[in-house]
Design a protein around this ligand. Sequence first.
Ligand SMILES: NC(=O)c1ccc[n+]([C@@H]2O[C@H](COP(=O)([O-])OP(=O)(O)OC[C@H]3O[C@@H](n4cnc5c(N)ncnc54)[C@H](O)[C@@H]3O)[C@@H](O)[C@H]2O)c1
Ligand SMILES: [Zn+2]
Ligand SMILES: [Zn+2]
Length: 404
Amino acid sequence: MKAVVWHDVGEISVDEVPQPEIKHPADAIVRITTSAICGTDLHFIRGTMAGMKPGTILGHEAVGVISELGPQVRNFGAGDRVVIPSTIGCGSCAYCRAGYYAQCDAANPNGRDAGTSFYGGPQTTGPFDGLQAEYARVPFAHTNLVPIPPGVSDEQAVMASDIFPTAWFGARLAEVGPGDVVAVLGAGPVGQLAALSARIQGAGRVLIIDGNADRLEAARRQNAETVNFNAEDPVAAVKALTSGIGADRVIDAVGVDAQRPSDGPAAAQAAEQAETFGAEQQQVAPRTNARGAQWVPGDAPSQALRWATELVAKAGTIGIIGVYPPQAESFPIGAAMNRNLTIKLGNCNHRKYAPGLLSRIAAGTADPAAVISQQEQIPGVIEAYEAFDRREPGWTKVTLEVSG
Ligand SMILES: NC(=O)c1ccc[n+]([C@@H]2O[C@H](COP(=O)([O-])OP(=O)(O)OC[C@H]3O[C@@H](n4cnc5c(N)ncnc54)[C@H](O)[C@@H]3O)[C@@H](O)[C@H]2O)c1
Ligand SMILES: [Zn+2]
Ligand SMILES: [Zn+2]
């Protein structure tokens, strides 16, 4: 079968690889119909999330049709249309039973303290082969598959695999409630769905901050108030828009590949911190393989976190869903402590939120497919990866039609 394979930092290709087989009685094999490219995949190729095993199939967002089931999977049949949530839980341990699928005690072959298991990630997450492929093996399939309600398209359903649950989780972490002024850092696909989730969860106002005018414009069309950090100081702008108080709730939807402003009034201050940011870069991405404008790591790993602690109101809450690798150690703890902030963070428990979000999509009360900007196919996937990595205008979220 054809699959997108990670070979090295800066090196991915479409390869012919063996089809997966049932290895355990609770496995399922899914024929992937639609997959997607995610900002998380970029961290592995830029080198800001190290430890990938060469030969690992990339991708952790997909929907498909069940082609084969092990004898311990009793709640699905061959031919069922399903979403595959990104993280893998066993469904039986105390963590899964409490909805903490991302901290499952049994799914990670590296042991219960190794952290979250997910498809297409570093060695420490399994590794499990990913979902940008014609077929995939799903462990503990009784738990790690979710039926797709009638009337929900592949494009809508694949958003329930990772980014809509993650965005929803981000708003929950940030404790969004009725009337809150919410600031979302990052207007990528996750940030845009975090803005949507915050609004559904009761936010009074949603402000969104990015340096990419094109993505901000897409967010504004969904009614978010936009702040371009390359045109104004985002902390001053959020304060000015909120009577000097700041945002009650802040969601970091940027992560380790954060950039510092290249223009505008905030650029000078960020330039003064260049040395600090440079040291952070060394820490999070010891090995990179940028070629020109391609696969360039963010130049200010803690920038979004620093802004989050400054533009949040006193005693406010920050929810961090942007990904940081285990080596990342920079966080403005003193500023947070002295402003009585609440900070919550983590990998999404996708399986907890996917069924409810699919019901909302089926009912027509939320359409996450609005963030999709391109529908590509496997033969064009590497070019699509490259354009998405360079944040080319108009490239926000790419889905992959794998098979009909
Ligand atoms: N916690 C989880 O379970 C989970 C799941 C999925 C994705 N994620 C993470 O969410 C993050 C966003 O994903 P995405 O697919 O939208 O990625 P993306 O790369 O498409 O979007 C990131 C956006 O942040 C913007 N940005 C860069 N520096 C910034 C700064 N200093 N302030 C504000 N914005 C800045 C970029 O211009 C870009 O638009 C990634 O880190 C991804 O790994 C986490
Ligand atoms: Zn993803
Ligand atoms: Zn478990």
